[in-house]
Ligand binder design. Structure first.
Ligand code: C2E
Ligand code: MG
Ligand code: MG
Length: 665
């Protein structure tokens, strides 16, 4: 370096002026740099602000999604969303509205609010809750119609806002509302109010749109659950509460009754002979009948409210069984009698009229027995109804403890029968059937017996009905058939025309496999079908639909004989008799026992013989105990007879001996 100093006066380009200009330039550059830095700082700040805001908005959305989804009801979901949005915006008031159930084009308050506890916004609440907001009307209606958020910066001057007076009184200035959208349709609206003027906030409006969609999903889920609950609690055919809802209502009615010291009665109704009606009309018509009956029951109960029933519920328990809860009813018997009367009036259906009757059982729970549960009350009323049914059609019975004992015995009998089937405790007694002309044993009836290990011999009258109810008769019946066929095949060696008669119950015929079971028993035993006669009562035959009758006709065409048992005790309908594919009429013992003294019984027996012969059937008289009876029947032209006169039901070996002896004579 040279160390030469340059003075300003020596250098023309470094004059003061130039220096000043340079300094100014430098200051300008510095200022500009500072401004740039400041702008950059501001921009950075704004970005951070915006990011924070966006993060908070994103958090709000996330919170809404989670909390609304966790809510157990629409109300709770709305409340949590109102809370979150108010908390985020700092706005003090939030209100939820929902589409009216009566008119989907209107909104009504859901009664769910976010309000400070001070009560300062009560006027807005009072003006909003009774109001119906038609689509397009007021802030909620407008939001509904648009299907997107609406912002009102100044409530007092905005004409679409209708609750100005109330808002003014509360000091509210701005509002915004968001629609709750389910598949693009507005199903509800949330509105928020601010006491400070607020300009539209594009970001918040955007987020509000998402919140509405999110809530819509919750609402949709809730609506689906409501539908499911309805399906679970109401009977889909009649629309009446089902058993589940009945039990629920019954339980709360009982709790209320205990609190108030009131009484609760339960009526259990069962339509008489519904199964027969259903089978003969067909299931679609049967359903129609049940619907008409349910409507009639509701109407009838409504009419009975005049008999001072405080409250009532009708439910369809199952099939043709209905229940009625009567709360604090002073005279349930009067209600039941009146119901029976109203329900027996003709029901008008699409294709004619139907006449029904009902059997009614009742049970009551009073303050005195607080351990009564809904279940036990239903069980008692059901037992009473069973008792009413046992007495015939259109009866009314009140529950009594003795019905429990009977039910208990029936239950025990069912259990015992199960055990007996497994332990093979059944045997067969054979009662000979004689030809009246020569008293020759031309066949026998197989009659089942139960050799009980403790109580000894049990006759069918004491267990067949229960075996039918439990379905065990199907197993017992097929065993009897198999055994009887085998036995008959053996006896055919002595008496080639020997016919074995086997009793068949309705329950067995309902099994689609019945004809095959018969064929298998015959094949197994090597017995020709002509040597088998199936006995069934008239009512069992009457209950069969066309397919059931066709099934029997098929067996008959194959050679199996069919007999109508206990004739005269059932419908004895002549037109139906022509339809039934029978070969033999068995005159019931009740017409034979008073012969020959009773002229009427004699006339009936004579007429039945004529009737049977006219229809091409043979006629057998049951329960013939005396020579006089035999003579009278022979006089009427009766073909066969069965009874103590010819032989009591006996073990196979005994009858076998009798057959051998007779053949030797
Ligand atoms: P049912 O088919 O009418 O049988 C005739 C009943 O009358 C038998 O009663 C028989 O013992 C009785 N009896 C016969 N002759 C006389 C008589 O001269 N005087 C009197 N007082 N009674 C007589 P049981 O064996 O007690 O059978 C009762 C009913 O049980 C039968 O009536 C039948 O409906 C049913 N039953 C019997 N075995 C079976 C079976 O294997 N399956 C089904 N489903 N029912 C059966
Ligand atoms: Mg019989
Ligand atoms: Mg009989």
């Amino acid at each position: 370096m040279s160390g030469r100093v340059v003075r300003p006066e020596q250098c023309p380009d470094t004059s003061v002026e130039v220096l000043q200009r340079r300094l100014e330039r430098e200051r300008g550059a510095r200022l500009e740099a500072e401004a740039i830095a400041e702008r950059a700082t501001r921009e950075l700040y704004d970005t951070v602000q915006q990011l924070t805001r966006s993060t908070r908005l994103a958090e709000l959305l996330g919170e809404v999604a989670v909390r609304a989804n966790e809510a157990s009801s629409v109300e709770e979901a709305m409340r949590t969303v109102l809370d979150s949005v108010c908390h985020y915006t700092g706005w003090p008031v939030g209100h939820a509205l929902i589409r009216s159930a009566d008119d989907p084009d209107t909104l009504v308050s859901l009664g769910v609010w976010r309000l400070p506890e001070t009560g300062e916004f009560a006027a807005l609440r009072a003006a909003s809750e009774p109001q119906v907001f038609r689509s397009g009307w007021g802030l909620p209606g407008h939001t509904m119609r648009l299907g997107r958020p609406v912002w009102i910066a100044d409530l007092l001057t905005e004409p679409l806002f209708r609750r100005q007076e109330a808002a003014g009184r509360c000091g509210l200035v701005s509002a915004f509302a968001l629609p709750i959208l389910v598949r693009n349709e507005t199903h509800g609206v949330l509105e928020f109010f601010s006491a400070i003027a607020q300009q539209p906030d594009a970001e918040l409006i955007r987020v509000a749109g998402f919140v509405g969609v999110q809530l819509g999903r919750v609402l949709e889920r809730q609506q689906a659950e409501d539908r499911l609950r309805r399906l679970a609690l109401y009977d889909s055919l009649t629309g009446l509460p089902n058993r589940l809802l009945l039990m629920d209502r019954l339980q709360s009615t009982l709790s209320r009754a205990w609190r108030l010291g009131a009484r609760v009665d339960l009526l259990y109704l069962d339509v008489d002979d519904f199964k027969t009606i259903n089978d003969s009309l067909g299931h679609t018509a049967g359903d129609g009948l049940l619907v008409a009956f349910a409507a009639r029951l509701q109407q009838a109960l409504h009419d009975c409210v005049g008999l001072a029933v405080a409250d009532s519920t009708v439910a369809r328990v199952e099939g043709d069984e209905f229940a009625v809860i009567l709360e604090d009813c002073p005279d349930p018997r009067a209600v039941a009698t009146r119901l029976e009367e109203l329900l027996s009036r003709p029901l008008t259906l699409a294709d004619g009229e139907a006449f029904l009757s009902v059997s009614v059982g009742s049970a009551h729970a009073s303050d005195a027995d607080r351990h009564t549960t809904g279940e036990s009350l239903v069980a008692r009323a059901h037992l009473a109804m069973d008792e009413a049914k046992r007495k015939g059609k259109g009866h009314f019975e009140t529950f009594e403890p003795r019905l429990y004992e009977r039910a208990h015995r029936r239950h025990q009998l069912g259990e015992e029968l199960h055990r007996a089937v497994v332990a093979r405790e059944f045997e067969i007694a054979y009662q000979p059937v004689a030809r009246l002309a020569d008293d020759r044993h031309i066949g026998a009836e197989a009659l089942v017996r139960w050799r009980h290990p403790r109580t000894g011999l049990v006759l069918p009258g004491d267990f067949i009905a229960r075996a039918e109810e439990t379905g065990l008769i199907v197993t017992i019946g097929s065993w009897v058939l198999e055994q009887a066929c085998r036995q008959a095949a053996a006896w055919r060696a002595t008496e080639p025309e020997f016919t074995i008669a086997v009793n068949v119950s309705g329950r067995q015929l309902r099994e689609g496999s019945f004809p095959d079971m018969v064929r298998a028993a015959l094949a197994d035993a090597g017995l020709p079908p002509q040597n088998l006669c199936l006995e069934m009562t008239e009512s069992i035959l009457m209950e069969r639909d066309d397919a059931g009758i066709a099934m029997l006709c098929e067996l008959r065409n194959e050679g199996v004989h069919l007999a109508i048992d206990d004739f005269g005790t059932g419908y004895s309908s002549l037109s139906a008799l022509r339809r039934l594919p029978a070969d033999q009429l068995k005159i019931d013992r009740s017409f034979v026992s008073s012969l020959p003294e009773d002229d009427d019984a004699g006339t009936i027996a004579w007429a039945v013989v004529r009737l049977g012969h006219t229809l091409g059937m043979s006629v057998l008289a049951e329960g013939v105990e005396t020579v006089q009876q035999r003579k009278a029947l022979l006089g009427f032209g009766c073909d066969h007879a069965q009874g103590w006169l010819f032989g009591r039901p006996m073990p196979a070996a005994e009858l076998g001996q009798a057959l051998v002896q007779a053949a030797g004579r």
